[in-house]
Design a protein around this ligand. Structure first.
Ligand code: ADP
Ligand code: MG
Length: 253
């Protein structure tokens, strides 16, 4: 089966600064890839390239079999239009450190907004599915609340439900628990764990090494825009081969 994500010598420059310096990696369907690494190592940039919040400046990236940002016409590549990019972007759901819910919409409306307005799917179907998703993240009873009345952990669970409502092929998480009070981290990780068990393909940037150890199919350690080391959690987290990985893991622990 074709990988959900294929990066070949993926590069991203910001001016002269090389934030990603040649990332080559396949992510298979159903994989849960946890990305770890020091601040500034390019973790967010990697996710943002997959989700087309950044344009790639070198190498190539495929998501769900489609070349990101380009269309092939004979031997030529044409840059995609904004509309086509928006369509490609719908393949991925993204959850950020900050919850970014719409403050003026209820919890249920936050979840139905995208499927109704962007995907223009039938309201009955969308609402039924949204209620099921809220049930799944343990927030059915909060459907009519507004984000301001929820804890950070609850808001982040709504953000996950909202992303899932778009029926993405792939879910990206960028430090989803880093902004939460410690006692609220567990409930969000638990929802992510269930999602992983259900077979969703996930890329998770996290400092929660316990989660990575239990849930990841693979862990990738990045530093300075490069993949330093990748492997199963038992290897990368417990028996890292590279001194930089070792140093990072003992510092986070
Ligand atoms: P991480 O998520 O691992 O902390 P990032 O991917 O956010 O790292 O950033 C990687 C590097 O790219 C950092 O040095 C950061 O300052 C730089 N960077 C990220 N976004 C931009 C931008 N829009 N303009 C200039 N530099 C950026
Ligand atoms: Mg980051």
């Amino acid at each position: 089966m074709a990988p959900i994500v294929r990066a070949v010598d993926l590069r991203k420059n910001f001016g002269d600064f090389a934030a990603l310096q040649g990332i080559t990696l396949d992510i298979a369907a159903g994989e849960v890839l946890c990305v770890i690494g020091p601040s500034g190592s390019g973790k967010s940039t990697f996710l943002r390239c997959i989700n087309q919040l950044e344009t790639v400046t070198g190498g190539a990236l495929w998501v769900d079999g489609e070349l990101v940002g380009y269309r092939r016409a004979g031997h030529k590549l044409h840059a995609l239009s904004e509309n086509e990019i928006a369509r490609q972007r719908l393949k991925t759901g993204m959850v950020f450190q900050r919850f970014n819910l719409f403050p003026h919409l209820t919890v249920l409306e936050n979840v139905t907004e995208g499927p109704l307005r962007v995907q223009r799917r039938p309201r009955d179907e969308v609402v039924t599915e949204a209620r099921a998703l809220l049930e799944r993240v343990g927030l059915a009873h909060k459907s009519d609340s507004f984000p301001i009345d929820l804890s950070g952990g609850q808001q982040q669970r709504v953000a996950i439900a909202r992303a899932l409502a778009m029926r993405p092929k792939l879910m990206l998480f960028d430090e989803p628990t880093s902004a939460l009070d410690p006692e609220l981290v567990g409930e969000v990780l638990s929802v992510m764990r269930d999602l992983a068990t259900s077979g969703m393909t996930m890329v998770v940037v996290t400092h929660e090494l316990g989660f990575a150890r239990d849930v990841a199919t693979r862990v990738m350690f990045m530093d300075k825009g490069q993949i330093v080391e990748t492997g199963v959690p038992a290897q990368v987290l417990s028996d890292p081969q590279h001194p930089r990985t070792r140093e990072f893991i003992s510092a986070v622990r």
